[in-house]
Design a protein around this ligand. Structure first.
Ligand code: PLP
Length: 396
């Protein structure tokens, strides 16, 4: 019999009643150190007073208005994002998937309005993840996401990750945009070299191609910069955001330059809930904390010490781990044993991590995690690694 929840997830039999900072607590009071943060969502941890305050204060005023009216909280968040980034304008969604939908629509409308309606192709990359809508799965092209869901939205050209020669060859007169994650998340914490991102920007400039960056997972301070593309010193034309921007409240956004967004006039796109007052009040509170340069340098400092300890962990367990990769507090442990075994062993040590493709265990803690908690996480990872490499020893 089909369960009352559509069984599209492989859930771990763990149930949490409340969260406190970087800790999740079960009904019987057992505390788990959370290095998943809802898959890079809870950037300020669980129950951050500024976010609880913003949400409850807004809840007392008005929950939902509709974009038929002006929404001051939405205006405030848009102004904060525009002031802090390359962007001239923002559209708010409820998820990363919806941000992908608009990014794709915006790119196509752009070329239609420019008198080059043939430039509908969007170049994307192996291992990418952009969401679960028909457009987003077509963009990724991964077999496990698209199989059986055809016919797929046409116009996506899938390229090998990190192969700049293939990318150059793939640019044709029908190419309208390149869509890429500066650091692949679901794909296994695979960072694009800064030089490659700069080369992609240069190719876009030469050909007029729009650069769409998906910073849904790597953005919002996770790397120690507000956005990951800042390391390369370039800017996109369009950027997708979600996950961290709402700190746990459903919120996403598309940011764009004035030129890229020029054709998106009244009536071309919309959303009932997108940019609602509750989500935007929380988003503005997140931005108020995360966009602060001092907060970001704190993230980098903590991340540096954490990474050093993780390098030691890899060296201590050469039979379990291959390498540490990623940036800031978006890190992956490439495993030699199946990564799911390491994640399971982590549960036994009351440590939450997230598996990814390419046999990688993802470490995506709240950006507010303390150095002591990060050291504790490494100690738990060390015990988890001992469990999988020598189970008899660990149990004796
Ligand atoms: C999670 C994710 C998405 C999709 O976001 P949803 O909110 O789950 O729709 C898109 N792109 C990237 C890079 C992601 O990590």
């Amino acid at each position: 019999m089909i369960p009352s929840i559509l069984p599209t997830y492989n859930r771990t039999p763990l149930s949490f009643e409340r969260g406190e900072g970087s800790w999740l607590v079960t009904g019987d009071g057992t505390r788990y150190l959370d290095l998943g943060a809802g898959i890079a969502v809870n950037v300020l941890g669980h129950g951050h007073p500024a976010l609880v305050g913003a949400l409850t204060a807004q809840a007392q005023k008005v929950w939902h208005l509709s974009n038929l009216y002006e929404i001051p909280e939405q205006q405030r968040l848009a102004d904060l994002l525009v002031a802090a980034t390359f962007a001239d304008t923002a559209f708010f969604t409820n998820s990363g998937t919806e941000a992908c939908e608009l990014a794709v629509k915006m790119a196509r409308k752009y070329w239609h309005a420019k008198g080059s309606p043939e430039r509908t192709d969007i170049l994307t990359f192996d291992g990418s993840f952009h969401g679960r809508s028909s457009a987003a799965i077509a963009a990724s092209g991964a077999e496990k996401m698209v199989k059986g869901f055809g016919p797929l939205l046409p116009g996506f050209v899938h390229l090998p990750w990190g192969d700049m020669a293939a990318l150059k060859d793939a640019l044709t007169p029908t190419t309208g945009a390149i869509l890429i994650e500066p650091i692949q998340g679901e794909g296994g914490i695979r960072p694009l070299a800064d030089a490659d991102l700069r080369a992609i920007r240069a190719l876009c400039d030469e050909t007029g191609t729009l650069l769409i960056l998906d910073e849904v997972q790597c953005g919002m301070g996770r790397t120690g910069r507000l956005f990951a593309h800042e390391f390369a010193g370039i800017a996109p034309d369009i950027m997708m955001l979600a996950k961290g921007i709402g700190g746990g409240f459903p919120l996403g956004a598309v940011l764009a330059t004035e030129d890229a967004a020029a054709s998106m006039v009244a009536g071309t796109h919309g959303s009932t809930y997108g940019g609602n007052p509750l989500a935007c009040a929380v988003g503005a509170a997140v931005m108020g904390i995360v966009a602060d340069p001092e907060f970001l340098s704190g993230v980098s400092r903590k991340a540096g010490a954490f990474r050093q300890k993780l390098e030691g962990l890899v060296a201590a367990h050469p039979d379990v781990f291959e390498e540490v990769r990623g940036a800031g507090l978006m890190l992956g442990l490439k495993c030699k044993l199946p990564c799911g075994e390491v994640v399971q062993a982590g549960f036994a040590e009351h440590l939450l991590t997230v598996p990814a493709a390419d046999n990688v265990v993802r470490l995506l803690p709240a950006l507010t995690i303390s150095e002591e908690e990060l050291a504790e996480a490494v100690a738990r990872l060390d015990r988890a690694a001992a469990r999988v490499s020598a189970p008899a020893e660990a149990e004796s």
